[in-house]
Design a protein around this ligand. Structure first.
Ligand SMILES: Nc1nc2c(c(=O)[nH]1)N[C@H]1C(S)=C(S)[C@@H](COP(=O)(O)O)O[C@H]1N2
Ligand SMILES: [Mo]
Length: 529
């Protein structure tokens, strides 16, 4: 009997130790959030550790995460970090039951980890970025030490007084939780309002009338087939791929772009207003399809938008930059974003006459924050990771020999033109269409080369011409459809392939996304009923 009672009280104590650990961890994050709001949101420990994890994650795992969690990959990562923290906090709480100092010291170690992660970020502003982690850890260590010290050693000690009884502990724990929640909410509120300047600056943007408007889109460029991707992807549906855990909120009024480096005879600092007023180059409006190199065959990381921006070649010309083909020494344009991303683009491609631009507008709106407000690059024909820098802040002219950009350091190709691809949007995999005519439809893209032909094959039958929608431009994807007479019920495989404007057919051979984009034909299996 005695044993049972003792066990139960030991379990009760362990549970309280666990709770103390959790409360300390919660307080740490809440205090850190509050301090981060004062310093800057990216300096919070979870964000800093998460961002460091993203940069250090092996490519295979990153690929896997993007593939399985898509745009939610960062949410999953943050939840994972919180889960690990919770477990470790509970363990420290239990440790503190026996070794109060060691438990508290353990909490401080986490503060150091968070501080190192935050100050080690490429966009770190130095030691101040350590403050959220340091404050959070110090408060949490103190709280853990205090709470555990007040726990009754066992029942008799509680009865003898000196430490708290159960009620006292509940009150202390509740007070700590409430104070933490208050600090966290205050941090959130301050944080929200710190982006207000940027939000307000976006709200006041009036997109300029482009000197060179987009050519009218032929009515026949859009096919009316249910389930087919629209010619223009609405901003809210546009895929998002980036390494930013916190979407940068940049104030357009204070935004500046520096242009410098090899072959720049006239350094320039560009303000947002310079772009809008055409002082940095001609304002053009163009339809361009953007694609991610991580997109699997048939995948969703591709979208088409109407962009407004400044012709990048004009701006570079005004800085004295010449492309290699005209004797320029720099062959790489390295764009750097406010959050430290680097993206290297061939100078030749930017200046070869294609519509490379510094975009300020997307589908009639100022850029959404998630898509790079206030300014991003768009270069037709190149994958996003070598062309489409969002939240751009700096452009440096250099060479491919001298510098590897972010993804190139992580085993992706230095140069990566978009590969010809075609996708079946409808029917969906394992759909059960009825016998009769089944509309098969999708999109095909080969930016800057254009799509000349799309063919569809049913099972091992002959390739048959799909109907092509009218071309908008060679830089945009093209819709296609194929009326399939599905006469035999059962399982059928539909396969699509495209031929680009140079006459080159999309190869059957499947290659992985690394190092320069997936290739191969997209197939969908359906069951005709
Ligand atoms: N600053 C920044 N710009 C970036 C990235 C990034 O991680 N950070 N990702 C690039 C990649 S890999 C792609 S495919 C495109 C995606 O642009 P979107 O999110 O607007 O679709 O942005 C590019 N620009
Ligand atoms: Mo990408």
């Amino acid at each position: 009997m005695r044993g049972v009672t003792k066990n139960r009280s030991r379990w009760g104590r362990t549970a309280r130790g666990t709770l103390c650990g959790l409360l300390a961890g919660y307080a740490a994050l809440a205090v850190a959030e509050l301090v981060a709001a004062a310093v800057r949101p990216e300096s919070g420990p979870v964000v800093a550790v998460g961002a460091t994890a993203i940069d250090r994650t092996p490519d295979a795992l990153k690929e896997w995460a993007i593939r399985h969690f898509g745009t939610d990959d960062k949410l999953v990562l943050q939840l994972g970090i919180l889960g690990v923290l919770a477990v470790l906090a509970m363990a420290l709480g239990v440790l503190a039951l026996r070794f109060r100092r060691a438990g508290a010291a353990g909490v401080l170690v986490f503060g150091v980890v968070g501080a190192l992660a935050a100050t080690g970020r490429p966009d770190s502003r130095g030691a101040v970025d350590a403050l959220p982690s340091v404050f959070g850890a110090v408060v949490a260590a103190g709280l853990l030490y205090w709470l555990v010290g007040k726990l009754p050693a066992d029942r008799s000690a509680a009865a003898a007084g000196g430490s708290w009884d159960r009620r006292g502990f509940v009150i202390a724990a509740t007070a700590a939780a409430a104070a933490s929640t208050g600090a966290g909410l205050l941090g959130r509120a301050v944080n929200g309002s710190s982006g207000q300047g940027a939000v307000a600056s976006r709200g006041t943007v009036v997109l300029p009338r482009p000197a060179s408007p987009a050519a009218p889109v032929p009515a026949a460029a859009s096919l009316q087939v249910p389930g087919l991707s629209p010619l223009f992807t609405p901003n809210d549906d546009f895929y998002r791929v980036d390494t930013a855990l916190v979407v940068p909120k940049v104030n357009a009024a204070t935004w500046r772009l520096e242009i410098h480096g090899e072959g720049v005879t006239r350094r320039r600092t560009i303000a947002f207003d310079d772009l809008l007023r055409g002082r940095a180059g001609e304002l053009i409006e163009r339809d361009v399809t953007l694609a991610c190199v991580s997109n699997e065959v048939g995948g969703p990381y591709v979208g088409n938008a109407r962009w407004i921006g400044v012709r990048l070649a004009d701006l570079l010309n005004s800085c004295g930059v010449r492309p290699p083909s005209r004797g320029g020494s720099a062959d790489q344009l390295v764009a750097r974003s406010v959050d430290g991303m680097t993206i290297g683009t061939p100078v030749e491609a930017v200046m070869d006459g294609r519509d490379a631009m510094l975009a300020v507008g997307m589908n009639g709106q100022p850029l959404p924050f998630a898509h790079g407000f206030p300014v991003r690059m768009v270069v037709p024909g190149l994958y996003g990771y070598v062309s489409a820098c969002k939240w751009i802040a700096d452009m440096e002219l250099t060479t491919f020999a001298a510098y590897d950009a972010y993804w190139v350091q992580r085993s992706w190709a230095q140069q990566a033109p978009v590969k010809t691809q075609s996708r079946i949007d409808t029917p969906k995999p394992f759909a059960r269409p009825k016998r009769g005519t089944v509309m098969v439809a999708g999109v095909a893209w080969a930016q800057h080369r254009g799509i000349a032909r799309v063919e569809v094959r049913v099972d091992d039958g002959p390739w048959q011409q799909a109907r092509l929608a009218a071309e908008d431009t060679v830089d945009t994807w093209r819709q296609w459809s194929f009326a399939w007479r599905a006469t035999t019920s059962g399982s059928h495989t539909l396969t699509v392939r495209a031929t680009d404007g140079t006459g080159t057919a999309q190869p059957e051979q499947r290659t992985p996304t690394v190092p320069n984009g997936a290739s191969g034909w997209h197939s969908v299996i359906v069951n005709v009923g």
